[in-house]
Design a protein around this ligand. Sequence first.
Ligand SMILES: C[S@@+](CC[C@H](N)C(=O)[O-])C[C@H]1O[C@@H](n2cnc3c(N)ncnc32)[C@H](O)[C@@H]1O
Length: 210
Amino acid sequence: MQTHSAKSEIADQLRSFGVSLKEFLRDPSMVGSAFPASRRMIDKMLADVPWKEIDVFVEYGPGTGRFTEEALRRLGPHAKLVAIDTSPDFTRNLERQIRDRRLIAVAGSAQDVENILSLRGLDSADCILSGLPFSNVGRLEGRAIMDASWSVLATNGHFLAYQMRKAIRPLLDERFHMVSESFEWRNVPPCHLYMASRPRHLARRRAVPA
Ligand SMILES: C[S@@+](CC[C@H](N)C(=O)[O-])C[C@H]1O[C@@H](n2cnc3c(N)ncnc32)[C@H](O)[C@@H]1O
Protein backbone atom coordinates (compact mmCIF):
# COMPACT_ATOMS: atom_id res chain seq x y z
CA MET A 1 0.00 0.00 0.00
CA GLN A 2 1.23 3.50 -0.78
CA THR A 3 2.04 5.84 2.08
CA HIS A 4 0.50 9.31 2.22
CA SER A 5 3.84 10.88 1.24
CA ALA A 6 4.23 8.55 -1.75
CA LYS A 7 0.71 9.51 -2.84
CA SER A 8 1.38 13.20 -2.44
CA GLU A 9 4.64 12.85 -4.36
CA ILE A 10 2.76 11.24 -7.24
CA ALA A 11 0.17 14.03 -7.05
CA ASP A 12 2.99 16.63 -7.16
CA GLN A 13 4.54 14.94 -10.18
CA LEU A 14 1.23 14.79 -12.02
CA ARG A 15 0.61 18.46 -11.21
CA SER A 16 4.09 19.38 -12.50
CA PHE A 17 3.53 17.41 -15.69
CA GLY A 18 0.17 19.18 -16.12
CA VAL A 19 1.81 22.62 -15.74
CA SER A 20 4.62 21.60 -18.09
CA LEU A 21 2.21 20.31 -20.77
CA LYS A 22 0.07 23.44 -20.51
CA GLU A 23 3.11 25.74 -20.83
CA PHE A 24 4.53 23.66 -23.69
CA LEU A 25 1.26 23.88 -25.61
CA ARG A 26 1.08 27.64 -24.92
CA ASP A 27 4.61 28.33 -26.22
CA PRO A 28 6.43 25.22 -27.58
CA SER A 29 9.46 27.14 -28.90
CA MET A 30 10.28 28.68 -25.49
CA VAL A 31 9.52 25.65 -23.31
CA GLY A 32 11.24 23.15 -25.64
CA SER A 33 9.78 19.95 -24.15
CA ALA A 34 6.77 18.88 -22.11
CA PHE A 35 8.96 16.27 -20.40
CA PRO A 36 11.07 17.14 -17.36
CA ALA A 37 14.84 16.68 -17.59
CA SER A 38 16.02 13.06 -17.16
CA ARG A 39 17.99 11.87 -14.14
CA ARG A 40 20.92 10.91 -16.44
CA MET A 41 21.13 14.39 -17.90
CA ILE A 42 20.86 16.10 -14.51
CA ASP A 43 23.60 13.95 -12.96
CA LYS A 44 25.91 14.50 -15.94
CA MET A 45 25.30 18.25 -16.06
CA LEU A 46 25.86 18.80 -12.34
CA ALA A 47 28.76 16.37 -11.84
CA ASP A 48 31.63 18.87 -12.14
CA VAL A 49 30.17 21.78 -10.18
CA PRO A 50 32.36 22.62 -7.14
CA TRP A 51 29.35 22.67 -4.76
CA LYS A 52 31.30 23.64 -1.64
CA GLU A 53 32.37 26.90 -3.30
CA ILE A 54 28.85 27.93 -4.37
CA ASP A 55 27.04 30.54 -2.25
CA VAL A 56 24.72 31.83 -4.98
CA PHE A 57 23.40 29.48 -7.67
CA VAL A 58 21.21 30.97 -10.38
CA GLU A 59 18.98 28.88 -12.64
CA TYR A 60 17.41 30.19 -15.86
CA GLY A 61 14.27 28.37 -17.04
CA PRO A 62 13.74 25.93 -14.14
CA GLY A 63 10.43 24.74 -15.64
CA THR A 64 9.12 21.90 -13.49
CA GLY A 65 12.13 22.15 -11.17
CA ARG A 66 13.91 18.84 -11.75
CA PHE A 67 17.31 20.57 -11.84
CA THR A 68 16.28 22.91 -9.01
CA GLU A 69 15.61 20.02 -6.61
CA GLU A 70 18.88 18.30 -7.47
CA ALA A 71 20.92 21.50 -7.16
CA LEU A 72 19.37 22.17 -3.73
CA ARG A 73 20.30 18.63 -2.68
CA ARG A 74 23.95 19.40 -3.51
CA LEU A 75 24.20 23.00 -2.22
CA GLY A 76 25.34 23.91 1.29
CA PRO A 77 22.89 24.92 4.05
CA HIS A 78 23.57 28.66 3.70
CA ALA A 79 23.61 28.90 -0.09
CA LYS A 80 20.83 30.55 -2.12
CA LEU A 81 19.28 29.26 -5.33
CA VAL A 82 17.62 31.94 -7.46
CA ALA A 83 15.36 30.30 -10.08
CA ILE A 84 14.17 32.67 -12.83
CA ASP A 85 11.45 31.68 -15.30
CA THR A 86 9.30 33.88 -17.55
CA SER A 87 6.30 31.67 -16.75
CA PRO A 88 4.61 32.57 -13.44
CA ASP A 89 2.83 29.18 -13.57
CA PHE A 90 6.20 27.43 -13.38
CA THR A 91 7.53 29.63 -10.54
CA ARG A 92 4.27 29.24 -8.53
CA ASN A 93 4.50 25.48 -9.02
CA LEU A 94 8.12 25.53 -7.83
CA GLU A 95 7.23 27.41 -4.65
CA ARG A 96 4.37 25.02 -3.94
CA GLN A 97 6.41 21.91 -4.56
CA ILE A 98 9.83 22.75 -3.13
CA ARG A 99 9.63 23.93 0.48
CA ASP A 100 13.19 25.09 0.98
CA ARG A 101 14.26 28.41 2.50
CA ARG A 102 17.29 28.56 0.20
CA LEU A 103 15.06 28.76 -2.89
CA ILE A 104 14.06 32.14 -4.35
CA ALA A 105 11.69 31.63 -7.31
CA VAL A 106 11.28 34.70 -9.53
CA ALA A 107 8.85 35.20 -12.43
CA GLY A 108 10.95 37.26 -14.84
CA SER A 109 13.49 37.14 -17.63
CA ALA A 110 17.09 35.95 -17.41
CA GLN A 111 17.99 39.21 -19.14
CA ASP A 112 17.16 41.04 -15.88
CA VAL A 113 19.36 38.85 -13.69
CA GLU A 114 21.45 41.78 -12.43
CA ASN A 115 18.42 43.63 -11.14
CA ILE A 116 16.80 40.44 -9.80
CA LEU A 117 19.91 39.65 -7.74
CA SER A 118 20.54 43.18 -6.50
CA LEU A 119 16.91 43.56 -5.33
CA ARG A 120 17.57 40.57 -3.09
CA GLY A 121 20.88 41.87 -1.75
CA LEU A 122 22.98 39.53 -3.90
CA ASP A 123 25.72 41.03 -6.04
CA SER A 124 27.10 38.05 -7.92
CA ALA A 125 26.45 34.43 -8.90
CA ASP A 126 29.01 31.65 -8.40
CA CYS A 127 27.25 29.40 -10.87
CA ILE A 128 24.55 29.95 -13.50
CA LEU A 129 22.64 27.01 -15.02
CA SER A 130 20.63 27.71 -18.16
CA GLY A 131 17.84 25.62 -19.66
CA LEU A 132 16.87 28.41 -22.04
CA PRO A 133 16.33 27.54 -25.71
CA PHE A 134 18.97 29.91 -27.16
CA SER A 135 18.15 28.79 -30.69
CA ASN A 136 14.68 30.31 -30.26
CA VAL A 137 15.20 33.37 -28.06
CA GLY A 138 16.62 35.47 -30.92
CA ARG A 139 20.12 36.76 -31.54
CA LEU A 140 19.81 40.08 -29.71
CA GLU A 141 18.05 38.64 -26.67
CA GLY A 142 20.57 35.78 -26.53
CA ARG A 143 23.44 38.27 -26.50
CA ALA A 144 21.70 40.43 -23.89
CA ILE A 145 21.20 37.38 -21.63
CA MET A 146 24.86 36.40 -21.99
CA ASP A 147 26.04 39.97 -21.33
CA ALA A 148 23.87 40.18 -18.20
CA SER A 149 25.13 36.78 -17.06
CA TRP A 150 28.72 37.80 -17.58
CA SER A 151 28.26 40.93 -15.52
CA VAL A 152 26.90 39.03 -12.49
CA LEU A 153 29.13 35.97 -12.70
CA ALA A 154 31.90 35.81 -10.07
CA THR A 155 35.40 35.95 -11.53
CA ASN A 156 35.89 32.25 -10.81
CA GLY A 157 32.26 31.40 -11.66
CA HIS A 158 30.79 28.74 -13.95
CA PHE A 159 28.11 28.93 -16.63
CA LEU A 160 26.30 25.66 -17.43
CA ALA A 161 23.76 25.09 -20.19
CA TYR A 162 21.74 22.23 -21.67
CA GLN A 163 20.43 22.74 -25.18
CA MET A 164 18.72 20.86 -27.98
CA ARG A 165 20.82 22.74 -30.55
CA LYS A 166 24.27 24.32 -30.52
CA ALA A 167 23.24 27.98 -30.83
CA ILE A 168 24.79 28.92 -27.50
CA ARG A 169 28.29 27.64 -28.32
CA PRO A 170 29.57 30.77 -30.17
CA LEU A 171 28.17 32.99 -27.40
CA LEU A 172 30.15 30.98 -24.85
CA ASP A 173 33.34 30.91 -26.93
CA GLU A 174 33.26 34.71 -27.27
CA ARG A 175 33.17 35.20 -23.52
CA PHE A 176 34.73 32.26 -21.71
CA HIS A 177 38.26 31.01 -21.64
CA MET A 178 37.32 27.36 -21.11
CA VAL A 179 34.24 25.68 -22.61
CA SER A 180 33.61 21.94 -22.37
CA GLU A 181 30.86 20.21 -24.35
CA SER A 182 29.20 16.80 -24.18
CA PHE A 183 26.00 15.17 -25.40
CA GLU A 184 23.26 13.30 -23.53
CA TRP A 185 20.87 11.33 -25.68
CA ARG A 186 18.99 9.77 -22.73
CA ASN A 187 16.67 12.76 -22.40
CA VAL A 188 13.56 13.93 -24.27
CA PRO A 189 14.83 15.65 -26.35
CA PRO A 190 18.55 14.67 -26.37
CA CYS A 191 20.70 17.65 -25.39
CA HIS A 192 24.12 19.23 -25.76
CA LEU A 193 25.65 20.04 -22.37
CA TYR A 194 28.06 22.92 -21.83
CA MET A 195 30.21 24.01 -18.92
CA ALA A 196 32.08 27.30 -19.30
CA SER A 197 34.40 28.83 -16.73
CA ARG A 198 36.59 31.82 -16.42
CA PRO A 199 39.54 31.16 -14.15
CA ARG A 200 40.32 33.60 -11.38
CA HIS A 201 43.21 35.26 -13.26
CA LEU A 202 40.83 36.23 -16.12
CA ALA A 203 39.15 38.94 -14.12
CA ARG A 204 38.65 41.25 -17.10
CA ARG A 205 36.04 40.79 -19.74
CA ARG A 206 37.17 39.89 -23.24
CA ALA A 207 36.07 42.29 -25.99
CA VAL A 208 32.93 40.94 -27.64
CA PRO A 209 32.16 42.14 -31.17
CA ALA A 210 28.60 43.59 -31.53
C1 LIG B 1 13.63 23.59 -21.72
S1 LIG B 1 12.54 24.37 -20.56
C2 LIG B 1 13.27 23.89 -19.05
C3 LIG B 1 12.76 22.54 -18.60
C4 LIG B 1 13.20 22.13 -17.20
N1 LIG B 1 14.57 21.75 -17.19
C5 LIG B 1 12.37 20.97 -16.67
O1 LIG B 1 12.97 19.92 -16.38
O2 LIG B 1 11.16 21.12 -16.55
C6 LIG B 1 12.94 26.07 -20.81
C7 LIG B 1 12.35 27.04 -19.77
O3 LIG B 1 12.85 28.36 -20.04
C8 LIG B 1 11.83 29.31 -19.74
N2 LIG B 1 12.22 30.56 -20.42
C9 LIG B 1 12.18 30.87 -21.74
N3 LIG B 1 12.71 32.10 -21.97
C10 LIG B 1 13.14 32.58 -20.76
C11 LIG B 1 13.82 33.77 -20.32
N4 LIG B 1 14.16 34.74 -21.19
N5 LIG B 1 14.09 33.92 -19.01
C12 LIG B 1 13.76 32.94 -18.10
N6 LIG B 1 13.13 31.80 -18.46
C13 LIG B 1 12.82 31.61 -19.76
C14 LIG B 1 10.56 28.63 -20.21
O4 LIG B 1 9.41 29.16 -19.59
C15 LIG B 1 10.84 27.17 -19.78
O5 LIG B 1 10.39 26.93 -18.48
